[in-house]
Write a protein that binds this ligand. Structure first.
Ligand code: PLP
Length: 419
């Protein structure tokens, strides 16, 4: 099998300049993948991608995406603050409002964002306040009308979305309140390489728009199929086929009886597809421990990278400092948390490791650093950006004790001694 390619020289340069552990993101690849989405969809459809800030929330990265034509999806107050600070406004923001606080809704509405409504009772209570959005997107839970072939919960077990049967009621309510821009949204899976799922989802939403138009003459002008397009984490997998997805969506569009079909805007919230392959997580081996298994202790714990431990998912690993890949051994890669979950990879064959070797995890530019946490009072690590091909800059420093303790409210008798 061909080893996944890796920007080896740049990563080594970053290791020398900044100590491990760190994430490194490659601007060129990020821009390229973002442009690919924009170009492919714009050939055929009215389309905007709203990059989900939760996937990789460093504002330096979001700024690059903004400069390259991306909009944003926000799911919390701090994400709205990031969007606002970078100058996004109006149609350029979607606020996903499940279980949202009045403070969040206030900010989202003041930015004139699209509000993604997850619950009809929440919408009814919103309409009784003075904060009425000008554009809403109803998140549809289709129940058993669609099947999911990933590990994601099936819709009937998912907390997200308004039951399909109540969408008409929600739409009528919005129209009667004078809300002019109404959309439908559904996101039912994650990391799926199967285009058929997204075609089925699009068709389901499109048919619903048609039914509502024929029945009530209410115009729904937005279809949002969320995020969830996967990337080939395994070397044996292929890239998601965007061309087939787009051409099948177009076929559905052509069949419709809706008179305003050319005005319909397709929104997507692709995150992983755009930034996943742009990032690498880089650690060093601290020591090898022989026990019932052979363990390689890394200089990071899974607090920086929980994906493989929590979701039992796979990320390809390259041992950067080893040329002799023939001389291999089976290792379990662990960190230093006092918890047996602290395992990056279990019983995998790698080139023989020694203390000091550099371990690189691939495809960590989405849903990786942004899920990091502080258990065991562990520090979150640095983030580095590679720009202009080979220049490096620190875009987040490693946390310190002062960061960890900054939110404590303590008795006067307790003084944290940093020395
Ligand atoms: C509402 C919403 N949109 C978009 C995304 C991003 O999905 P992905 O990065 O898998 O494309 C998520 C989940 O992470 C989400 O919850």
């Amino acid at each position: 099998m061909i080893e996944k390619s890796i920007p080896k020289e740049t990563i080594i340069k970053a290791v020398k300049k900044y100590k491990t552990p760190f994430y490194i993101y490659f601007e060129n690849e990020l821009v390229y993948r973002n442009q690919r989405i924009i170009k492919k969809f714009s050939n055929f459809l009215n389309h905007h991608n709203y990059y989900p800030i939760k996937a990789l929330s460093n504002p330096q990265i979001i700024k690059i995406l903004k400069l390259n034509g991306s909009y944003v999806e926000c799911s919390s107050y701090p994400e709205l603050i990031i969007a606002k600070s970078l100058g996004f406004k109006g149609d350029e923001i979607i606020f996903t409002s499940n279980n949202a606080t009045p403070k969040e809704i206030n900010l989202a509405v003041s930015l004139d964002s699209f509000i993604n409504i997850d619950d009809i009772d929440f919408f009814i209570s919103l309409l009784s306040t003075s904060i009425i959005p000008s554009k809403v997107i109803f998140r549809v839970n289709p129940g058993q009308r669609i099947t999911i072939n990933t590990n994601f919960s099936p819709p009937i077990k998912s907390q997200f979305g308004i039951p399909y049967e109540r969408i008409l009621e929600s739409v009528k309510l919005a129209a009667s309140t004078g809300i002019k821009t109404i959309g439908l949204h559904a996101m039912l899976t994650t990391n799926s390489l199967d285009h058929i799922h997204f075609v089925n989802l699009y068709e389901l939403l499109f048919n619903l728009i048609e039914t509502i138009w024929l029945k009530e003459k209410i115009k729904i002008s937005i279809i949002n199929i969320g995020g969830g397009i996967g990337i080939p984490y395994h070397q044996s997998q292929n890239e998601f086929n965007l061309d087939i997805l787009i051409s099948q969506i177009n076929t559905i569009n052509k069949k419709t009886r809706i008179p305003f079909k050319n005005e319909i805007v397709l929104q997507t919230e692709f995150g992983r597809y755009i930034s996943g392959p742009c990032g690498f997580f880089v650690c060093r081996v601290l020591q090898i421990k022989e026990s019932y298994r052979t363990y390689a202790y890394l200089d990071s714990s899974i607090n920086n990278f929980m994906r493989t431990a929590f979701f039992k998912s796979y990320n390809h690993i390259t041992v950067l400092s080893r040329k002799n890949v023939k001389n291999s051994q089976v290792y379990t890669l662990v960190g230093s948390l006092c918890d047996t979950i602290d395992i990056f990879a279990e019983e995998i064959e790698l080139p023989r490791l020694d203390a000091g070797d550099i371990i690189v995890f691939h495809d960590v530019g989405a849903h990786a650093f942004s899920m990091s946490f502080n258990y065991n009072s562990s520090f979150r690590c640095k983030e580095i950006l590679c720009y202009n091909d080979n220049d490096l800059k620190l875009i987040r420093r490693e946390e310190t004790c002062a960061d960890l303790f900054s939110t404590l409210v303590l008795d006067e008798s307790i003084k944290i001694n940093y020395s």
